[in-house]
Design a protein. Structure first.
Length: 265
């Protein structure tokens, strides 16, 4: 009787093992690889469309702002005597400086427009409803912080347009009831716009506000991954529509099968 020999299974090649070793080392000690893999390959509704990409587009615009802002900060000098000259140097002398500055200048408007479009899409799709109320609040906080980030960056070129636009913005804030004068004095760093104002706006624009935006974006992404993506309102899977649940004979509702909010357990 003839017998067949089974060939031993070959393991991964040395090249694959060399690539996988640092990833396995990192995964074993942190779990980051599995988290990134879950974030990139998680299940989403099959009826999503291009309107659901507005959030990713806004995130991409912010990343462009962060990268170009870091490059500009390497050459910018936040002092009244050197700020404008450093902007001219970036535009005319630094390699591709005109491109980086243009991307940062116009990218600020793109970022804010995309945030408003994304917020409008979330509202029209009903993605602010239970259980995504907290994610809506986080997104709503990103809007004024993003606007304030653009306002603080407008003064940094320290030209006539930036100066007088900042004067108008601060005077508008000064008209707020009760807190208006204190807000204006905090923004100016004194009784009038001057060197302290430029330093204060630069620190807010480069440190405080980007840190707040990054923290809120990370929380926003975590909640999106945890709660999932909302289907369009015309979909059968849209939030708020009645669903037929399979009858269950075993287990108490809420433990082995989910219940709607407000349903008695």
């Amino acid at each position: 009787m003839a017998t067949t020999k089974t060939r031993p299974r070959k393991g991964p090649s040395k090249a694959a093992a060399a690539v996988n070793y640092p990833l396995d080392w990192l995964e074993e000690r942190s779990g980051l690889v599995g988290g990134v893999k879950y974030f990139l390959f998680r299940k989403v509704p099959g009826d999503v469309n291009w309107m659901q990409t507005l959030g990713s587009a806004a995130l991409t615009a912010f990343l462009v702002q962060a990268v170009t802002g870091v490059v500009l900060a390497m050459y910018y000098k936040p002092s009244p005597n050197e700020a404008y000259d450093s902007i001219v140097h970036i535009t005319n002398d630094v390699t591709l400086g005109w491109l980086v500055r243009g991307m940062h200048k116009w990218g600020a408007s793109v970022f804010i427009i995309l945030m408003f479009l994304h917020m409008g899409r979330v509202f029209l799709f009903g993605a602010y409803k239970y259980p995504r109320e907290l994610n809506w609040i986080v997104g709503a906080l990103l809007i004024p912080i993003g606007l304030f980030e653009g306002f603080t960056g407008y003064l940094l070129p320290w030209d006539q347009t930036a100066y007088w636009a900042t004067v108008v913005g601060i005077n508008i804030n000064a008209t707020a009831p009760f807190l208006g004068p204190f807000i204006a004095q905090f923004l100016q760093g004194g009784a009038e716009i001057g060197p302290d104002t430029l330093a204060r706006f630069y620190s807010l624009h480069m440190l405080v506000l980007p840190g707040a935006i990054i923290g809120l974006i990370l929380l926003h992404l975590y909640l999106v991954v945890r709660l999932g993506v909302t289907s369009p309102p015309w979909s059968d899977e849209a939030a708020g529509k009645e669903r037929t649940e399979e009858p269950s004979t075993n287990g108490r509702p809420g433990l082995t099968r989910p219940t709607r909010r407000g349903e008695q357990v």
